[in-house]
Design a binder for this molecule. Sequence first.
Ligand code: AHR
Ligand code: AHR
Length: 495
Amino acid sequence: MTTFTKIPEDERPTITVDARNVISPISDYTYGGFTEHMGRCIYGGIYDPGNPVSDENGFRKDVIEAMQDLKVPVVRYPGGNFVATYHWMDGIGPRDKRPKRPELAWLGVESNQFGTDEFMKWCKIVGTEPYICLNFGTGTLDEAMAWLEYCNGTQDTYYANLRRSNGHPEPYNVKFWALGNEVYGSWQVCQTTPEAYAHKAYQWAKALKLLDPSIELILCGESGFSSWDSYVTHKCFTSANLISMHSIHLYTSSDVHLQNVTAPLAAERAIQMAVGMIDLARIENGVPPSVPRPKICFDEWNVWDMFRSPGDKGAEEKYTLSDALAVAVWLNVFVRQAKHVGMANIAQSVNVISPLMTTQTGVVKQTTWWPVWLFSRYMRGETVGVNLRCGEWEGETKPGWIRGTVETPWLDVSAAKGGDGVVSLAVVNLSEGRDWEVEVEGVKGEVEVFEVGGREVGVTNVEGREEVGVREGRWDGKGGYTFPRHSLTMLRWRA
Ligand code: AHR
Ligand code: AHR
């Protein structure tokens, strides 16, 4: 959490960090990924058989190494919108018997050459946990239960045996299962109403938990600030404790830098609003405190302008430094709201609106890779309270409701304390024109410095010309620290 005191712009800003002010653990799942059968995410992204950079499974080794480097703890699969017409049985068994199907979310053809068993193997190699999203479009409950039994079944039953006969004797123990994806949307096959969805989700949840009580189910919310969220939380978060998290999605973007980098603050308010709705549901449903308070699963987030990079054209966004700083603000939001965030998944992990792009011969790390890499590496452990005194940017925001709802200080900050006792302070200087010299109170001894910046906010990383990376340095911790214009700085010291 960060508390903010607005001061005149000619006064020197202060950031106060006291490592004793621990607020809550930061879930490791905050740094989750997402791989959808969409564009070049699966085919050409994680699965590229025949390419010399791929292993004997057809998995790209460079992408696996990148995921390991990011320490991605969990990966959502197989969609996204794709899942609304996906039948998982098409994607198992001998490859030459798998049917090709028309695909209705992104209007391609699904070859089914990559399916559940390949995804599980890929997760194992990467060292990450799978998170499956169920088909709430054309799928049935029988099919969903069969999928769960195929993945987790240990008894002598049909689908567990089918997994065994496909060469996988051990259960996959998939813990996280989503009850559909964006089923409220006009773009969905089988778009539905909150009433119909809440009823169905609750009934499916009951059956799935009967089949495997160890799983955690995720409810399909909308943005966190809609009446859909209000309705479905009210109906589904009951004393029966069937559903563990509430999913929300948001994509932000603007060609105007300051709108772009402040847009993720909408997500911060969205988390708080959704948590309020969950609390209200629990109060009105008389849920006892012994039932854990559901957390937010922000299982799609990123910078994305879907007109600039449409989904049916592969959504290969080319990210600027401004976008990297927006992603840093997104991550600050999750650290500040760590108490409420059970999981977050950047959409997506490779090629599709992603920090990581594959070429025929290798990978390119986009500008947005670097904030994700820094946060996943260092902003783990516990979130620490910070007080920020500085000036505020006062222009028009996108969405417009940010203005008048939350503040937009020139500096966006969060702090974490790791298990090793090291404090990490992340500071985004949003300004395009002003370096801010800041009093950083609470710093002790030598400070490690990591900085993500660049010539101007429009610079990008393309093959052969990567303008944005991480610069490492040291600071003696004395006097003020100058946070350069349009940059992310991480300061690290031993508490
Ligand atoms: O991540 C791309 C798409 O965005 C997902 O398929 C969908 O869930 C969302 O609308
Ligand atoms: O681009 C198609 C759909 O339109 C996206 O999946 C959704 O997020 C948007 O509203």
